[in-house]
Design a protein around this ligand. Structure first.
Ligand SMILES: NC(=O)c1ccc[n+]([C@@H]2O[C@H](COP(=O)([O-])OP(=O)(O)OC[C@H]3O[C@@H](n4cnc5c(N)ncnc54)[C@H](OP(=O)(O)O)[C@@H]3O)[C@@H](O)[C@H]2O)c1
Length: 259
């Protein structure tokens, strides 16, 4: 499993993590992924999967990076603190490795949200703070109200069919040493299906599957990691096989042109 730096920290994270939105696989797929080096699990208070994540990692908590999120409706200062306490309880841990703001919400001034997050880091309840679904402008505003720590990641939609972030957000994150955590990297399974298109052509050429090619395409970007969700051990193992090799520049060019 290839590792990448988390933001501008000295922490290294796997380029393939494990998503858990709508996750119904129990502990085994998560444990199989972790065994293969996919030791970052993404969850959220809004997914109702924090308890299964906590259960899956209980006996080797220190080997895993847990990323969870506070919901957009809980961004008032005191609600952030309460949400974090509830997440710690459900995850069965005393520290969240990466705590992310799930969605920006104009109803709550970002200043109060960031002040709460700073308190949580100061108290040792959270190691690093990230955001999700933030534009470059929203990131830079949030960072202004969080002067003592870096915002290390932004979790956003990114896959071969959804490339909006390439215009502004991806370059901003690269310039500011922010990790991009690509969600829905398989386009909800649509990029896993064999067919007669360029994805299947390159899968045949590389001896990999369509899903592995689609994930590898994302992580070919220097600061991007992916968090595919899979309910089975077989698919999880397959997705972990998207790391440890690279598409060639010519294959990347063909995919860029074909999508
Ligand atoms: N921050 C946000 O706002 C946000 C939004 C969406 C998602 N996310 C995060 O990103 C994670 C991933 O995104 P996602 O769940 O939307 O979509 P995804 O990972 O692109 O796709 C998941 C779908 O692909 C299928 N799949 C996975 N691996 C496969 C394989 N190797 N072969 C065939 N099918 C495969 C899964 O099947 P099975 O499940 O049946 O195995 C599932 O139906 C989420 O779980 C969540 O953690 C975050």
């Amino acid at each position: 499993m290839n590792l990448k730096k988390l933001g501008n920290t000295e922490v290294f994270i796997p380029e393939i993590g494990l998503g858990t939105w709508n996750y119904k696989g129990g502990v085994e797929p998560l444990r199989a992924g972790i065994k293969l080096g996919a030791s970052l699990i993404d969850t959220a208070e809004g997914y109702y999967t924090e308890d299964i994540v906590g259960e899956a990692v209980r006996s080797f908590r220190d080997e895993v990076i847990i990323a969870t999120k506070v919901s957009g409706r809980n961004l008032a200062h005191d609600s952030v603190i309460k949400s974090c306490e509830a997440s710690l309880e459900k995850l069965g841990t005393d520290c969240i490795d990466l705590y992310q703001i799930h969605w920006p919400n104009p109803l709550y001034p970002i200043e109060g949200t960031m002040r709460a997050l700073e308190k949580l880091v100061d108290r040792g309840c959270v190691s690093y703070v990230g955001v999700s679904n933030f534009s470059a402008r929203q990131m830079s505003e949030a960072q202004r109200y969080f002067p003592n720590y870096p915002i290390v990641s932004n979790q956003v939609l990114y896959n071969l069919n959804s490339r909006d972030i390439e215009k502004e957000l991806l370059p901003y994150c690269l310039d500011n040493e922010v990790t991009v955590m690509a969600y829905t990297p398989l386009d909800n399974g649509r990029l896993c299906r064999p067919g007669d298109g360029i994805l299947s052509e390159i899968a045949a050429e590389t001896g990999k599957t369509e899903a592995q090619v689609a994930l590898n395409w994302c992580v070919c970007q220097e600061n991007v990691i992916v968090i595919p969700k899979a309910d089975s051990v077989v698919k999880t193992v397959e997705n972990c096989g998207a790391s440890g090799w690279r598409l060639s520049p010519e294959q990347l060019r063909m995919l860029d042109e074909g999508f």
